[in-house]
Design a protein around this ligand. Structure first.
Ligand SMILES: Nc1ncnc2c1ncn2[C@@H]1O[C@H](COP(=O)(O)OP(=O)(O)O)[C@@H](O)[C@H]1O
Ligand SMILES: [Mg+2]
Length: 304
């Protein structure tokens, strides 16, 4: 983006589209508001609807750095904020001992800035970048409550305290995007700190647009039929409903197999590109696959 001023929703949508990311108007609006107010944005939705990609593409269109913190069960401050470089501390202490000039002050240095390993949250708070980085806190629902509580503090003050060093405050707040696949509910307190947007599966038309944007070489008819087939799968009660990435992978696979249209013969052996759980593959394969393929073929490609 050329100017520092936050873009309006239409501008943001255009910029993202330029990078082959298609945001619906609701998402473009909440991104615009988040940039204007400098508030963290919580994006929630099923796996594969474009939450992570949204943050990545936003960093790219803002021409700024993406700092990503991937959350997981058991993640703690040492992995997310900072840790001490123990090896370096040991070497330093040995060097002092070798000089036989050990002093309390010199040993105390090992808890100074030179011996810190900066993890993503510290990088994002203590940055020197001209335009603030985008901090992606990905899949926060995987982290446990304790970590969520710690984030809460960080997201309200944009400052962190390292006991041995002091308090570090962000000179310019990073653009913060949190994502959740909703494998568990997040606390109200965290939600209150953030703007919120639920990313739904795209409409058939939008998904087809995404396929066109990402795979411009693919056959229009094949893409439309594959998107319709995937959309029909999302109506079923599957263990892992397919996301947009599965649609894209499938269209790519079918193109590689020289297909121009869906047929049972090629759908059946490629179901594993779209469905990633054995029960889902079996239930779709055994439950009126022919009709499902026929229905997808009947769905005519919508006009763009
Ligand atoms: N709105 C979109 N426009 C373009 N591509 C998209 C969009 N949403 C998802 N995708 C594609 O789907 C893939 C999976 O999206 P991702 O962001 O990883 O999903 P999530 O983080 O929600 O699980 C992306 O790599 C991208 O190729
Ligand atoms: Mg993701």
């Amino acid at each position: 983006m050329k100017t520092q001023a936050p873009a309006n929703p239409a501008e943001i949508a255009d910029l993202l589209r330029g990078e082959a990311y298609l945001a619906d108007p609701g998402l473009a609006t909440v991104l615009s508001v988040a940039l204007t107010l400098g508030k963290p944005l919580l994006l929630e939705g099923q796996a594969g609807v474009g939450k992570t990609e949204c943050a990545k593409t936003l960093a790219s269109v803002l021409s700024t750095r993406l700092i990503r913190l991937q959350c997981y069960e058991g993640i703690d401050v040492a992995h997310a904020l900072y840790d001490w470089n123990y090896a370096r501390q040991m070497l330093y202490i040995r060097a002092i001992e070798a000089e036989e000039a050990s002093s309390a002050a010199a040993v105390g240095d090992v808890f100074g800035p030179d011996f810190i390993v900066r993890r993503p949250l510290l990088e994002a708070i203590d940055h020197e970048d001209e335009s603030p980085p985008v901090l992606l806190i990905d899949e926060i629902d995987r982290a446990d409550d304790e970590f969520e509580a710690f984030l809460l503090e960080l997201l309200s003050d944009f400052q962190v305290t390292i006991p041995e060093i002091g308090t570090i405050r962000a000179r310019r707040r990073p653009v913060v995007i949190l994502t959740s696949n909703r494998t568990r509910e997040l606390h109200d307190a965290l939600r209150r700190r953030c703007l919120y947007h639920w990313i739904d599966y795209p409409s058939l038309e939008r998904e087809l647009e995404i396929v066109r944007a990402r795979l411009p070489e693919s056959h229009e008819k094949l893409a439309a039929q594959a998107a319709a087939f995937v959309a029909s799968l999302r109506e079923e009660n599957l263990v892992k409903p397919p996301g947009i990435s599965e649609t894209l992978d499938w269209v790519q696979a079918l193109c590689a197999l020289d297909q121009e249209e869906l047929s049972v013969d090629v759908v059946e052996p490629t179901l594993g590109v779209v469905l990633k759980v054995e029960e889902d593959v079996t239930s779709v394969r055994d439950d009126q696959l022919e009709q499902r393929v026929a229905m997808a073929r009947d769905t005519s490609a919508p006009r763009s």
